[in-house]
Design a protein around this ligand. Structure first.
Ligand code: HEC
Length: 395
């Protein structure tokens, strides 16, 4: 029952996270697009009103004419729309999902004895620590180097590379990718929460009070928004790649993560320039080369194992039963010892149950190699070969 309830919690949280994420990224893409398409107003009344840029768009059966005032109109309207809940709710739903899937199951989801020997509570503490420390390092770098954008950009890239390396050398690969993505996503939301929105509030307050506006708020908000723009695709990749074993289960997974995130930055840069009317295809081509390079690099050998000859030919269900008993039943059984209940209610206690689940067992053990989870029960390649041989020779 408990697993069943958690499946629902996970499904609902995941849906919420995806929906709020779409709203946030959608709004963020829209405003970047808007900013880069604005044209100087041609009519005198707009110029007199203080409009700095405007554009015309058609959508949903009507025409829109957004106008941007730099820094602000002479008189502020009473009702102002803000954009921050998208960001906060994406972070909160994402964090809740991270707690439910990873932190509450740290032993099975975050540990991998092939990677490091940390304990479950250490994994939880380190993961949370990385989210907090990541923000403080990033924020200090931005404050210290201020408008020296290139230096800031390089150090921030270095921070992400370090995080990828460290997490992939501490946690099970899927957890490592999520922690690095979550660190970057935390930076993005903290930018909105700690600097961008409070800065805008201060600007509005001074304006309503008729005081001079401190331009540093606007400059800082701009810099942080630019960082958020370039973080978007890399963060999405870090979150989604978690479902693609060919990347996260590779021995150089931390470099692959960095390369794929770099491809995301290049794609985003191409679009940012394109919105300004400049088509620099080179950035898109470079991203394409990176992705193809990674795809070729991680391509599986013709046989999933180094020496296809070393396995038994036409293994039988008896062989498989022994292996499953040794490597899977600690979790997938009527009375599991490593878990409170059989995960996903999958139990392999009997021959019939193994036969019923043959295809999915084959996929997870032979094709994806994601089971046994974190290989905690230390299944060997030879045993995977036995399962392969049994499944492939089934009538
Ligand atoms: C340490 C505990 C553990 C061991 C050992 C283990 N599993 Fe799992 N298994 C899990 C967990 C946890 C899940 C759910 C994972 C998730 O939700 O992503 C799971 C899920 C599965 C699934 C369903 C995956 C899906 O996408 O629906 C299959 C099939 C599976 N395991 C097969 C096996 C086989 C076969 C073995 C033995 C070779 C094995 N497992 C060993 C913990 C374990």
């Amino acid at each position: 029952m408990e697993t069943y309830i958690f499946s629902w919690i996970e499904l609902l949280l995941r849906s919420l996270h995806i929906i709020t994420g779409i709203a946030w990224i959608g709004a963020s893409f829209y405003f970047v697009w808007l900013d880069n398409h604005l044209q100087k107003p041609k009519t005198k009344d707009l110029q007199d009103k203080g409009v700095d840029g405007e554009l015309w768009a058609v959508h949903g059966g009507g025409f829109y004419n957004p106008q941007k005032y730099m820094v602000a109109p002479k008189e502020l309207p009473q009702e102002l729309h803000w954009f921050y809940w998208e960001s906060y709710s994406t972070w909160m739903s994402g964090f809740a999902l991270f707690v439910v899937i990873y932190l509450m199951n740290a032993k099975t989801m975050m540990l991998d004895s092939r990677v490091s020997g940390i304990s479950a509570s250490q994994a939880v503490a380190i993961a949370l620590g990385i989210l907090v420390v990541g923000w403080f390092v990033y924020d200090s770098v931005c404050r210290f180097f201020q408008t020296r954008d290139r230096v800031v950009g390089l150090i921030v890239a270095g921070l992400v590379i370090c995080s990828s390396y460290v997490t992939c050398h501490l946690f099970a690969p899927r957890a490592a990718f999520i922690v690095t993505g979550a660190m970057m996503a935390t930076v993005m939301t903290a930018n909105v929460f700690i600097w961008i929105i409070p800065g805008q509030r201060k600007v509005i307050k001074s304006m309503r009070a008729g005081e001079a506006v401190d331009p540093s708020h606007g400059q800082r908000a701009k810099q942080r928004s630019v960082h958020n723009t370039y973080f978007t695709l890399p963060v999405l990749f870090a979150m989604m790649s978690n479902h693609f074993h060919m990347i996260y289960s590779h021995s150089s997974e931390w470099i692959l993560l960095v390369l794929m995130m770099a491809a995301g930055v290049l794609v985003r840069h191409y679009f940012v320039l394109r919105h300004k009317g400049q088509s620099h295809w080179g950035f898109l081509a470079a991203a394409g080369c990176l992705i193809v390079g990674v795809a070729v690099f991680v391509a599986p050998p013709a046989s999933p194992f180094a020496d296809p000859q070393s396995g038994t030919k036409n293994a039988t269900i008896e062989d498989v039963e022994g292996i499953v008993a040794a490597r899977c039943l600690t979790c997938h059984s009527e009375k599991p010892v490593m878990m409170p209940m059989a995960p996903k209610n999958l139990k392999f206690d009997t021959r019939v149950l193994i036969e019923q689940n043959a295809a999915i067992i084959y996929t997870l053990v032979v094709k994806q190699k994601t089971m046994p989870l974190g290989n905690v029960t230390q299944m060997t390649d030879a045993e995977r070969l036995v399962i392969q041989s049994w499944f492939e020779s089934k009538p």
